[in-house]
Design a protein around this ligand. Structure first.
Ligand code: ADP
Ligand code: MG
Length: 575
């Protein structure tokens, strides 16, 4: 048996703790949401584990969360009989922050502070991207004690910290299975948002506000004064257990019965985001394969949107039972930022990733969900309401680069994606354009949608290829995302117009006066012949061009050649 020991928090954990102790977030009530959310996750995990592992000897008949208050001692305990944690779990999960991107986030927090911009809201927005979870307990407590025992293990663990640089861990022989987090509360200071978290009214209010939809009962013992039964009798005080939450699965309730606030809290629970979602999407699929989906578009991109091992996908439930997080099979990769829940009626509770990957129904679900997301975005873009169009702009600025991956990976939806895409263009320096707007502005005789790729808007604008187009006032799309190189090469079309790079082939803007052209060609024939010979190791051909106005010459690719940017990207990828 291991002794009690004192250990140091990992450096990054220390930094986060400090932010919590000095309360970067003004709404302290959310600590309870975080602890309840963890307890609920632990109950989900135990339920699932007991389904998968028939030998696991645990009682799952009364899974619940209990709030225990002690106003005299000023403590509040959040207890669950869920999966629990082993000693290594506790040290690994609570003493350190293992998640990728933490260092990056803290760096951002620090620089925001240094730039004197660290207003409370900014810090909390950054924190929100990260979901600080358990540590938020230190916003309201000056000491936190965790007693936990993992399902299937005999010894429990006590973890304790005052939120400074160290914590202690010790074995506990007789810990009940599950986890109890006890907060030694700071003094009440309502001006500072520090309410009395041993007060039943306060607790009831917070649970209803933040955690009503949790699927497990949140119980609390309350005292009720029972009036006397007859005139001379005395009133008595009885203790009863009250369930504080309604436990209604939001996705199974009619839309008209659910408020936006409820949807938003639910989003925060599943996404670990502290900000409201941009848009809520509901889908009811009836028929042979029935399922309900409740999806959310976040209001900003997570910092790890383009990290390889980032979590993605939505939660999968089967008949209201939580099955898995991050179910990648339900959402194409280019919509990996979509959060939410899909509850299927006809899958087995034992469904595994392997089964999901091969299941035809699941593929059909993915297609349907992707279409629903794309049509929702299209609805925002084409809405009569300015507020919706603003949402579209936010959406595209946050997720457009990611969505454009679908132009390459999801040919079936290519035209739908092109229809909701916006691009930089020479038409306006401030606002992006949709392709529909571009085509609308095209003169009747223009056949193609012109574009030029490059690493930045500035570079593209300065390109010699641009000269003739600028001087003739022909609009050119400015494509600066790496992914643009890929889809634009893949034969995409919009409303029957093909995309044409102005850096390739013969882009002829002059339609008239062929005779003049001929005489000019004759005049320069000798020079061109000489240049072809002199440059034969480097270029395929030398041509006269009407595309330049001030630069004497420029290099163009053949139709179908890789652009220099694409060559660069492939080189970067090691190919
Ligand atoms: P997150 O919930 O986003 O993972 P938290 O900081 O809230 O981050 O929690 C860290 C981890 O600690 C959880 O992922 C979980 O593994 C573990 N944990 C926290 N609370 C509990 C609990 N009540 N029961 C079991 N494990 C828990
Ligand atoms: Mg959590």
């Amino acid at each position: 048996m291991q002794e009690s020991e004192t250990r140091e928090f990992q450096a990054e954990a220390k930094q986060l703790l400090r932010l919590m102790v000095h309360s970067i977030y003004s709404d302290k009530d959310v600590f309870l949401r975080e602890l309840l959310s963890n307890a609920s996750d632990a109950l989900d995990k135990l339920r699932l584990e007991s389904l998968v592992d028939k030998d696991l000897d645990v009682d799952t008949t009364d899974l619940h969360i209990q709030l225990e208050r002690d106003p005299a001692a000023r403590t509040l305990t959040v207890r669950d009989n869920g999966i629990g944690m082993s000693r290594e779990d506790v040290v690994g999960l609570i003493g350190t922050i293992a998640r990728s991107g933490t260092a990056e986030l803290l760096e951002k927090l620090k620089s925001a502070k240094e730039a004197q911009e660290a207003k409370q809201t900014q810090g909390s927005e950054l924190i929100g991207q990260f979901g600080v979870g358990f540590y938020s307990a230190f916003m309201v407590a000056d000491k936190v004690t965790v007693v936990t025992r993992k399902a299937g293990e005999s010894t429990g663990t006590r973890w304790e910290s005052e939120g400074e640089s160290t914590y202690t861990v010790a074995d506990v022989p007789d810990a009940p299975q599950g986890t109890a987090v006890t907060l030694h509360l700071k003094p009440v200071d309502t001006d500072d948002g520090m309410h009395d978290y041993t007060d039943t009214g306060v607790l009831r209010r917070i649970v209803t506000r933040y955690s009503d939809f949790l699927a497990w009962p949140i119980r609390m013992e309350v005292e009720r004064v029972k009036p006397a039964e007859d005139e001379d009798g005395e009133s008595t005080t009885v203790r009863e257990t009250e369930t504080l939450n309604s436990m209604k699965a939001l996705w199974a309730r009619p839309r008209s019965e659910v408020t936006d606030a409820e949807y938003h809290e639910f989003y925060k629970h599943i996404s670990h985001d502290w900000a409201d979602p941009l848009e809520t999407i509901r889908l009811q699929a009836e028929g042979t394969f029935e399922y309900q989906a409740l999806l959310f578009l976040p209001s900003r991109a997570p910092f790890d949107l383009f990290t390889r091992d980032a979590k993605r996908g939505v939660q999968l439930y089967v008949k209201r039972v939580f099955i898995m997080d991050d179910c990648e099979e339900l959402m194409p990769e280019y919509l990996r930022f979509v959060k939410g829940v899909v509850d299927a009626q006809d899958l087995s509770l034992n469904v595994s990733r392997e089964i999901l990957q091969q299941d035809r129904q699941i593929r059909a679900m993915q297609r349907r969900l992707a279409k629903k997301v794309l049509s929702t975005v299209s609805g925002l873009l084409n809405s009569d309401e300015q507020a919706d169009r603003d949402k579209y702009r936010t959406f595209w600025s946050q997720f457009g680069t990611c969505v454009k991956e679908g132009l390459v990976t999801d040919p079936d939806n290519r035209s739908d994606i092109l229809a909701i895409a916006s691009f930089d263009s020479t038409h306006s320096a401030e606002q992006q354009t949709t392709l529909a707007e571009y085509v609308e502005r095209m003169p009747d005789d223009q056949e193609h949608i012109y574009y030029l790729t490059g690493r930045s808007r500035e570079m593209v604008e300065k390109s010699p290829h641009m000269e003739a187009f600028t001087s003739k006032g022909v609009e050119v799309l400015i494509l600066t995302d790496q992914i643009d190189e890929m889809w634009v090469e893949s034969g995409a079309e919009f409303q029957g117009k093909t995309f044409r790079s102005i850096a390739k082939g013969e882009v002829d803007l002059d339609s008239g006066d062929d005779a003049a052209d001929e005489s000019v060609k004759e005049e320069f024939a000798g020079l061109l012949e000489w240049l072809r010979g002199a440059l034969s190791d480097h270029v395929k051909d030398v041509r006269l061009s009407s595309r330049l106005t001030t630069s004497p010459a420029c290099i163009v690719g053949d139709e179908g050649d890789m652009s220099p940017e694409l060559v660069r990207i492939y080189k970067q990828m090691g190919q």
